[in-house]
Structure formats: structure tokens, C-alpha cells
Design a protein around this ligand. Structure first.
Ligand SMILES: NC(=O)c1ccc[n+]([C@@H]2O[C@H](COP(=O)([O-])OP(=O)(O)OC[C@H]3O[C@@H](n4cnc5c(N)ncnc54)[C@H](O)[C@@H]3O)[C@@H](O)[C@H]2O)c1
Length: 247
């Protein structure tokens, strides 16, 4: 069914992993997609796949951590396709290390991309959302933002920040029919978790009640659900997609 027909979805970090799966899931449901990411190379592929599904697609290379870059991307989006109905702030990075040894640069890089990036993109498109009096903002946080994790104080802080940011947006935009929700994936098989050793992954799986890592499609399913017109009465929520890890 084309529940998202005639809607435009902007997905950051859409070149691979979870963002790529979200872009395709929304397109499969009828949405046209603006794929945003650091490099055109991967975005091009996403764009071709969206077009194969019969939807319109645009690719914009932008650094979500850079205000000028985000402003330029937003201006381009509001020119063509000229509107936005769904914004998925998904772009994210890790720079892991124990707190005592963590450099200021590693702290800043993670906070700038994961948290400031969502702020910049949401702000740049907020006027359009408020004017049209409808919209879905979907921010990708992490169970690490809820539980913390040794070696990830920068990442956990950025993801916990996303949750507060999401709830504040939900409150600010509610009167205009714009919802803001967060998805908290657990451990999902992507390039981000490929960095973990097989032993580490096995140890993680033992902690997960459903006993396995998730897939990008598991997360995309929930993004799709939150984007649906029928989800209009859900806002300010954090939905875990984690095999039961955080309960
Ligand atoms: N994989 C997991 O287990 C997991 C768990 C919880 C949350 N998450 C979150 O899900 C999101 C996607 O992660 P993933 O696993 O698909 O990782 P990934 O590394 O495969 O993809 C991240 C994407 O973000 C893009 N990106 C990074 N920095 C950017 C920047 N400054 N500007 C524009 N684009 C940028 C990358 O180019 C890439 O396409 C991230 O926010 C991540 O924190 C992932």
C-alpha cells in the first residue's frame, strides 16, 4: 500500500546501514526521498534504488555537523522537491574510548554529528514543517543513550541528548500537527557494529533476550510506522528496537 504517497522524506546518513534501509522502506510505501550523506558515492546507489521502486529521488552531499552545509542542503530541498513531510535524523558516528583517554576532538566529533546535526537539520526545515502544519520528525538515538556504555561516554551523551531534544521538539511543534519521536536501536548489523570483534558480538547477543543482533530493516520498519499518517497521535516517544535489551 502507498500510505506515504505524495510525501517527501529527507533521510540523513542514507548512503548505507540503517539510513539506507529507512530510505528504501519509506520509498516502498510511496514516499519520494531526499538522501543526504557525506559522500555522493553511496547516495547515488540509494537514489537509484529508490527510483527503481518508482519514486522520485534526490541525493545531497552535506555534512550534518556543519551549519553552512546544512543550510545549503535545506535551501536545495525547499527549492526541489520544494517540501518536506518526513525528516529522519539518522546520520551518526562513534569515536569510542575510555573517558580518561578520550580526546576533546573525539568528544566534539561525536556530539557535533549526532546531536548538533539533528538540531541543525531540524531547525533548517522547521519553518517549512510549521507552515504546512503537518510533519514527522524521527530521530535515531540508541539504547546506549538510555543505558550508557563503558567506552562510549561521548556517544551516550549525544544519544541521551537526542532524546531530550526530541521531547522538546515534540512539545514545541505539537500545536502545528508536527510530531517528533525517537527510535532507539540496540545492536544492529551495520558498518558501525562491524568494528566489534566476533567475541564482543557474541557477548552482546548473550545479553539480548531475543539472542541476536538486529537488522537495518528492523529499524526501518519502526521509522515507517512512525511516519504513517495513522501515527498522528504518537509524539515525544522513544521506541526501542533492541530485541528486548533495554527493559
Ligand atoms: N548499528 C547500530 O548498532 C546502531 C545502534 C544504535 C543506534 N545506531 C544509530 O543509527 C544511525 C545509523 O547508524 P548505522 O549503524 O547505519 O551506521 P553507518 O556508519 O553504517 O551509517 C552512518 C551514516 O551516517 C553518515 N554520516 C556520518 N557522519 C555524517 C555527517 N557528518 N554528515 C552526513 N552524514 C554523516 C555516514 O556517511 C553513514 O552513511 C546512527 O545515528 C547510529 O548512531 C546504530
Amino acid at each position: 500500500m502507498d500510505e506515504l504517497a505524495n510525501q517527501v522524506a529527507v533521510v540523513t546518513g542514507a548512503g548505507r546501514g540503517i539510513g539506507h534501509a529507512i530510505a528504501l522502506k519509506l520509498a516502498a510505501s510511496g514516499a519520494d526521498v531526499v538522501a543526504v550523506g557525506r559522500t555522493m558515492e553511496f547516495l547515488q546507489k540509494t537514489m537509484e534504488e529508490v527510483r527503481k521502486l518508482g519514486r522520485k529521488a534526490w541525493a545531497i552531499a552535506a555534512d550534518v555537523a556543519n551549519a553552512a552545509s546544512v543550510e545549503a542542503a535545506a535551501t536545495e530541498i525547499l527549492k526541489d522537491p520544494g517540501r518536506v513531510d518526513i525528516l529522519v535524523n539518522n546520520a551518526g558516528v562513534t569515536r569510542d574510548g575510555l573517558l580518561m583517554r578520550m580526546s576533546e576532538a573525539d568528544w566534539d566529533a561525536v556530539l557535533d554529528t549526532n546531536l548538533k546535526g539533528a538540531f541543525l537539520f531540524t531547525k533548517a526545515l522547521s519553518r517549512a514543517f510549521l507552515k504546512q502544519r503537518s510533519g514527522r520528525i524521527i530521530n535515531v538515538t540508541s539504547v546506549i543513550g538510555l543505558r550508557g556504555n563503558a567506552g562510549q561516554c561521548n556517544y551516550a551523551a549525544s544519544k541521551a541528548g537526542i532524546i531530550g531534544f526530541t521531547k522538546s521538539c515534540a512539545r514545541e511543534f505539537a500545536s502545528r500537527g508536527v510530531t517528533a519521536n525517537a527510535i532507539a536501536p540496540g545492536f544492529i548489523q551495520t558498518a558501525m557494529t562491524d568494528k566489534l570483534s566476533p567475541e564482543h558480538k557474541e557477548a552482546i547477543a548473550k545479553e539480548i533476550p531475543l539472542a541476536t543482533l538486529g537488522t537495518p530493516e528492523d529499524v526501518a520498519h519502526v521509522a515507517w510506522f512512525l511516519a504513517l499518517p495513522a501515527s498522528r497521535y504518537i509524539t515525544g516517544q522513544v521506541l526501542c528496537v533492541d530485541g528486548g535489551l533495554d527493559m
